[in-house]
Design a protein around this ligand. Structure first.
Ligand SMILES: NC(=O)c1ccc[n+]([C@@H]2O[C@H](COP(=O)([O-])OP(=O)(O)OC[C@H]3O[C@@H](n4cnc5c(N)ncnc54)[C@H](OP(=O)(O)O)[C@@H]3O)[C@@H](O)[C@H]2O)c1
Length: 289
């Protein structure tokens, strides 16, 4: 797929696109088959039933031109856990998940996780006044993204990480897996956790489009505190709106999404992308459409 970003957009495939997929695949194999590029086959590799099944399961996406005509497609499979990888970097091992896989020259698969990197880079870019030693951090949630954020914050040197989660057992498990100064808190203790904290991070699904707003009062936070919501749809969550109304500095989740892609892009394509205001505007326009 050749893609000039101002002319094409990517969306989930619809049933109406399906009859074009074999033609796109034929064009790609004709152009690139035999060129030695990984994952470009010399002949068609999907049957009509497979194409339909992938679209049905949401695993088929198309790039369309201005006239909504598909000009390329992508599909993927879910592998079970980390079992298929030959090597996993220590951070991904600690977090318990990978989001980037690199095929080494000898064909071995190396897994890594850049979510924590993206989380921290976004915080440093959007709130340059934040430093780990400024004070305790309150992290809401103990799911997959919380594991990455917690590892990044502990490694950055925060003096205390107050981990507030609805299911306390999950917070306790996270504290044990990640290590460092993590203190599990029950949800009802959230107000107490916020007093004297320098940073509040939401990594729960609350406030995300289709979910109820996070039920939390930002009043106990000190006036210098920063509020960071990693949810990025919508960009201005009710939590960020409440923090802004109180005059607190805020950080939204879009930058984390952009920064976490940098290490993978650099490893795959040899180019270190920059997260610029232009890139952010481009993605925002895409999300709005
Ligand atoms: N900006 C980015 O790049 C980025 C990256 C990854 C994720 N995200 C966003 O982060 C959010 C979380 O993703 P995830 O993958 O970590 O999800 P997850 O693994 O499913 O974890 C969900 C978390 O939300 C908590 N939760 C769910 N419903 C709740 C409720 N009613 N009240 C209080 N807590 C509740 C869960 O608590 P329990 O343990 O009690 O169930 C759990 O801690 C999503 O909105 C996702 O879009 C953003």
């Amino acid at each position: 797929m050749v893609c000039r970003r101002e002319s094409y957009r990517v969306r989930p495939a619809s049933r109406g696109d399906l009859h074009l997929i074999p033609a796109l695949e034929r064009a790609a194999t004709k152009r690139y088959g035999g060129a030695g590029i990984a994952k470009v086959y010399d002949s068609l590799c999907m049957t009509a039933e497979q194409i339909e099944g992938r679209q049905h399961r949401g695993r088929l996406w198309v790039a369309v031109d201005r006239d909504e005509r598909p000009v390329g497609f992508a599909t993927w499979s879910v592998l079970d856990g980390l079992a298929h990888l030959d090597e996993i970097d220590p951070i991904a091992e600690r977090i318990g998940a990978v989001n980037t896989i690199l095929v080494a020259a000898d064909g071995t698969l190396e897994g890594s996780n850049s979510d924590g990197f993206g989380f921290l880079e976004n915080l440093r870019q959007a709130a340059p006044q934040w430093r780990a030693e400024l004070g305790p951090v309150v992290l809401l949630g103990a799911g997959g993204s919380a594991r990455a954020a917690a590892a990044a914050l502990v490694d950055a040197g925060v003096p205390a990480l107050r981990l507030v989660n609805r299911t306390i057992a999950r917070a306790e498990q996270l504290a044990q897996d990640i290590g460092g100064p993590i203190e599990p808190y029950a949800w009802a203790q959230c107000g107490a956790a916020l007093k004297d904290s320098a940073l509040l991070v939401n990594s729960t699904t609350q406030g995300m489009k289709g979910q109820p707003a996070l039920e939390i009062d930002v009043q106990p936070l000190p006036p210098t505190a920063i509020v960071y919501d990693i949810v990025y749809v919508p960009l201005e969550t009710p939590l960020l709106a409440a923090a802004r109304a109180r005059g607190l500095a805020t950080v939204d989740g879009l930058g984390m999404l952009l920064h976490q892609a940098r290490p993978g892009f650099a490893a795959w394509f040899g180019v270190e992308p920059q997260v610029t205001p232009e890139l952010r505007s481009f993605i925002l326009a895409d999300l709005a459409s």
